[in-house]
Design a protein around this ligand. Structure first.
Ligand code: ATP
Length: 225
């Protein structure tokens, strides 16, 4: 008999939001490494429609959605979820997680995947404390980043995390744990890719060829905003 019958009946699902403008290998590696570390049965990529906490994305939502589709094609663990780009309202992560929770049930383990920069900004997100109630939170830290001790970490976030169970792998409950994990450092950002493309320089090997082909076909990012 399996030592983790709970996990067999409720394999954990990862939820990975972002503007993905465009999606790149930093995003894909984060999802891949977290899926492996946490034994995730699936990672749902959820491109943001209108992110409430930052400026409008450079590229229209249907393009960002299609780039994610092309980037993840061929990986059976990855899927794309269009709910935020199809919503006419600003996308709050707390609402997306609540909707997923309602669909998948209260016992379903959910892991919200975040890069360290996004995690440090968490206290500015709408009803951010509720995120810890709705899901586990996995943070991809940069090497050497002592996230918990870091001066960069706001005190209210430190307090919230200190009340949570810290883990370094799969857990058995549906929500409430925190994992801080180093990932292969990839200093790739969508901002730098957009700037590179606007200067008509090569962005090859920073993002999948299939995404670059799409960018070429649709002449995206040719000019600075
Ligand atoms: P931009 O440069 O436009 O701000 P970005 O490259 O940071 O974009 P987002 O779509 O804003 O990408 O990020 C989605 C998520 O992926 C966030 O949680 C972010 O922290 C994480 N992320 C982005 N790039 C990396 C990277 N190179 N390594 C690890 N995590 C990353």
């Amino acid at each position: 008999m399996s030592p983790h019958p709970y996990r067999l009946t409720h394999p954990a699902i990862g939820v990975f939001g972002g503007t993905f403008d465009p999606i790149h290998f930093g995003h894909l590696r984060l999802a891949e490494e977290m899926a492996e570390a946490l034994g995730l049965a699936r990672v749902r990529f959820i491109p943001a429609g209108q992110p409430p906490h930052r400026g409008a994305p450079r590229t229209a939502a249907p393009h960002r959605l299609e780039m994610v589709r092309r980037a993840i094609a061929g990986n059976p663990l990855f899927s794309v979820d269009a709910r935020e780009v199809e919503s006419p309202r600003p996308s709050y992560t707390v609402d997306t997680l609540a909707a997923l929770r309602a669909e998948l049930g209260f016992e379903q383990p959910l892991w919200l995947l975040l890069g360290a920069d996004a995690f440090l900004g968490l206290p500015t997100w709408h009803e951010w404390r509720q995120l810890f109630v709705l899901a586990h939170i996995a943070v991809a830290a940069r090497p050497g980043a002592q996230l918990l001790q870091s001066d960069a970490m706001p005190e209210i976030l430190k307090n919230e995390v200190s009340q949570r169970q810290l883990t370094d792998g799969p857990v058995s409950g549906p929500a409430g744990s925190v994992l801080l994990r180093q990932m292969t450092p990839l200093a790739i950002s969508a901002t730098a890719i957009r700037e590179t493309l606007a200067r008509h320089r090569s962005a090859r090997y920073l993002l999948p060829d299939a995404v670059l082909d799409y960018i070429d076909e649709h002449q995206l990012y040719r000019h600075n905003p």
